[in-house]
Design a protein around this ligand. Structure first.
Ligand code: ASC
Length: 230
């Protein structure tokens, strides 16, 4: 592979930025907020950002680029498909649990559900993601679909996967902004208290992570070579 070093530098940067994002989400909920528990209160809500950033952003991002790792090109394609599908399944479960945490918190406090743009786009992303996973499983993993159908659906699979990933990051930024406006009262968000600056930085990290993953996924010379060439 040409550019092996450059790919490795990008990969290490993405893993580092993604990992630091997860740590930031934990510092946010443990240091600045109430911590985590499953009790219908604010600590149950706090699972939402932690699970979204861990699963729906970080694990989904890794799932997208597993085929790009050059040292896996000698592994069987089927094994890589299982890893891709498995990571995406974990991400989907974490995304669903993260939504349950919000609904339970809202219902326990009589806070309305599904009124914000964040919730509309977020729920849409989870529904499309589940659909994408189901279709990917049925068409590309199970041995039944004919090759012409696989070939026709592959560009759509790639396009919709990347679109959902980018949408998830945009939705996370909306959620972070909402949460800071709701919860920072005295001092307010507009006074830039330390929590506001810290969590704004978390938003920046998510954008950088997304940008790195989309770059690695969209360089055609970093694609796994087709089976017939090996
Ligand atoms: C698959 C697979 C591919 C594509 C190709 C059609 O299931 O492993 O590489 O579909 O066969 O584009």
């Amino acid at each position: 592979m040409e550019d092996y070093g450059r790919f490795l530098a990008l990969l290490v940067s993405a893993l580092l930025v993604g990992f630091v994002s997860v740590i930031f989400s934990l510092v946010w909920v443990f240091h600045y907020r109430e911590g985590l528990s499953w009790d219908g209160g604010p600590r149950e809500f706090n699972w939402h950002p932690v699970l979204v950033i861990t699963g729906f952003v970080f694990i989904q991002g890794i799932a997208i680029i597993v085929y790009r790792l050059p040292w896996t090109w000698k592994c069987s394609k089927l094994l890589m498909k299982f890893i891709h599908a498995g990571l995406n399944t974990i991400a989907m479960i974490l995304a669903i649990v993260s939504m349950v945490a919000v609904f339970e918190f809202h219902n326990a406090r009589n806070i309305p559900n599904m009124y914000s743009l964040h919730s509309w786009i977020g729920l849409t992303a989870v529904i499309f993601y589940s659909f994408q996973l189901f279709l990917g499983f049925a068409v590309f993993l199970l041995p039944f679909a004919p090759v012409p159908l696989r070939a026709a659906l592959m560009p759509i699979h790639i396009y919709s996967g990347l679109t959902v990933f980018a949408t998830v990051i945009a939705t996370a930024l909306m959620g972070i902004t909402e949460k800071l406006i709701f919860s920072l009262k005295n001092p307010a968000y507009s006074a830039s208290p330390p929590e506001a600056t810290f969590v704004n930085c978390l938003g920046l990290l998510l954008v950088i992570f997304g940008a790195l993953i989309l770059w690695m996924a969209s360089r055609s010379h970093w694609k796994r070579p087709p089976e017939e060439n090996r």
